[in-house]
Structures are given as structure tokens and as C-alpha cells.
Write a protein that binds this ligand. Sequence first.
Ligand code: FNR
Length: 384
Amino acid sequence: MAPVITCIDDLKQLYKKRTPRMFYDYCESGSYTEQTFRDNSSDFAQIRLRQRVARDLTGRSTEVTMLGNPVAMPVALSPVGSTGMQWPDGEILAARAAAAFGVPFTLSTMSICSIEDVAAHSPTPFWFQLYVMKDEDFVDAAIERARAAKCSALVLTLDLQILGQRHKDLKNGLTSPPRLTLPNIINMATKPAWSTAMLKTPRRQFRNIVGHVKGVTDLADLTRWANEQFDPQLDWGKVKRIRDQWGGKLILKGILDADDARMAADVGADAMIVSNHGGRQLDGALSSIRVLPSIVKAVGDQTEIYMDSGIRSGQDVLKALALGAKSTFIGRSFIYGLGAAGQAGVTKALEVIHKELDISMALCGVQKARDISREHVLVPKDFE
Ligand code: FNR
């Protein structure tokens, strides 16, 4: 009998059963002690929703706008590296699920399927996430490729000039695709459905990079290149140059401090994502939801403010909007769905969150997602 999926955690359990350990761990880990990773969830739990009764519940709508365009609900898919290792062609499938649902999909620089692969299969324009690499030719070409693919926004990630360490990835010897070592072969043999499906897929390399960077033709070249490429010299001057070069809608990702938010607004970002990278970078940093109100206060009248890190339910989305986010992003929540059941699993994750949001809005007595405000939540005194 097919398992009954009622919540994001059900998808996570299925994903865990189906996926080789190294890719599950890659997704489910935070950096170092994982304090920030844990806080992303536990801080949401401290915020409570304010129940209201005897309110007209008809005419509810979860629709909001992002960058001026209507979206079915205040949720977009975060860029997630190696998504195509969680399920063959994962980026294409997630992009299709997002398009059918009416929410934005963001393709990572470190994706398995390339910008061109996704553009060929996605029915709607998607957003492209750029990591600033030392190799300026690569960055320039990536911007032009995103433009040629008609990506409708560039998401520039600022919180990964250097990699936070995730212990499990080192212990598992993580690479995409996996090196054929004995432990990896045993690991994959325990997940035959995944291994068989993956072997049938030609797209198993980082296709935004392999074939686009001189001298990078195999896994060894790629690993060497990627490890030394994140640009330690990235500064606001470079951000401005990329803004001018791109010329389209720009979203700055990884803002976690009101002073940085002011800089981001000053360079003319159309939006910013309050994010700690899902607890994968600075361990010990505050959760995104805790920082969000200070950033809304600092620059909320100048740019759109989105948030991610820790969203696992529609109730979490409601809380983020109540604290001032215009919309949210989900990373792991859609990866759990993808790893559990491919495109249908991503759709399921979106349906689950949508239904939870709709019902929670109703029980809070609010009809339109765009009207969610601070009056709909109760926040502990020490929270901000
Ligand atoms: C990420 N994230 C990420 N961010 C980014 O800008 N580029 C990337 O390539 C990746 N890769 C990546 C891989 C994996 C496995 C995860 C879990 C996350 C961060 C991501 O965009 C987002 O900020 C977080 O996932 C949000 O937190 P939640 O929703 O996963 O709790």
C-alpha cells in the first residue's frame, strides 16, 4: 500500500529510505555543531499563531507577488546544489513541478542539469543562482547563459565566499557523482532503485561547469576547480558590477545583518533573501526568522524581503510573513519530496505546505496571504 503523506516529515522519511546515505547526509546536515541548523527550526516553534473565531472564511487566497509577478503562494524553491543526484534530472523535475504549481524555481550554479537543460524542459522562465567564482570568464559566461535562457531573475549568493564544513560530507567522502570506492559501491547497492535510475541518466555531472570551463572534463578536475574557486575577494564593488552586467531583476541571498541589508539596498537589489544557507555556513549565527524583523525594519520600505532556512510547513510560512517577509523559500522541504518520489514528490511538498498555509490562515481569521501581519502571531519577549 502506498504510504499516506500528510506532512513534510513523511516525505523526509521516504527520502531517507530511498536515497544513498551520502546524499541524504549532504542535504540533512548543517555546518560544525549544527547549532544554527537546529535553531532554524526551534525558533519557528517559539512563535505562536493567534487563533481568531467567528470570521468570514470565504474568498481566501494564498496568492502574493514576487518581483511584481503573481505567485500561487508565498513560497519559491531555493537553489540547491547537486539536486540531480537526489533524483535523476532532479532540477528539471523540480522546475516543472514549480511551474505547474505557479511558484518560482531557482537553479543553482552547482546543479547537475545545466541552465540550458532546464530551459529546454521548463514550461516557464526560472531564476538562476550565481556563485561568484574567481574565474571571471566563467562568471561572465554564466550571466550570459542565464540571459540567453531567459532566466527572469539572478539570485546572487553572498554567504559562501568560503565553505562551512559539514562533518558528514568529509566522512562520507561526498562527490557528485560518487567515486566508485568500495564503501560507495556498497552504499549504492543498498539503494538499487536510485542506482538503476541514475545509471540510465546521462546527466550526472555538474553540467553548468563541465564543458564550460577549460580543463575541467572529469570529476577529479571538477573537484579541484570547485574547491579553489569561491571568490574570497567578493565585495560590494563586485556586486555592483554584476548588477550592471546582468541589468535584470537581482535578488541578493544570504543577508543576515541589518547593516549588510542596508548595503544590499544601496546597491539597488530588487529583493533580498534573509538566509543563513539553511545552517550550512556560519554555525553559531542567528536563525533567519530571528533576524528577519530587524532587516524588515532597516530596509523593508526599499526592497522586497524574502526569507529561508527552516521552513517545513505552511504554519512556518505564515509566521515568516507575519514577521515581515513578503515571501519565503524552501530548500530541504522540496528536496525531501524530490528524493521520495521525483516530480510528484515536489508537487506533494508544495501541496502540503499550501494546504497548511490555507487552513492556518483561516484559523487565524485572515483571508489573504498578502494581509498577514504581526497581529496574527504571538512572539516571545526575548525573541528580537
Ligand atoms: C543549499 N543551499 C544553496 N544555496 C545556494 O545559494 N546555492 C547552492 O548551490 C546551495 N546548495 C544547497 C544544497 C543543499 C543540500 C541545501 C540543503 C542547501 C541553501 C539553500 O538555497 C537554502 O538557503 C536553504 O536550503 C534554506 O534552508 P532550508 O529550507 O533547507 O531549511
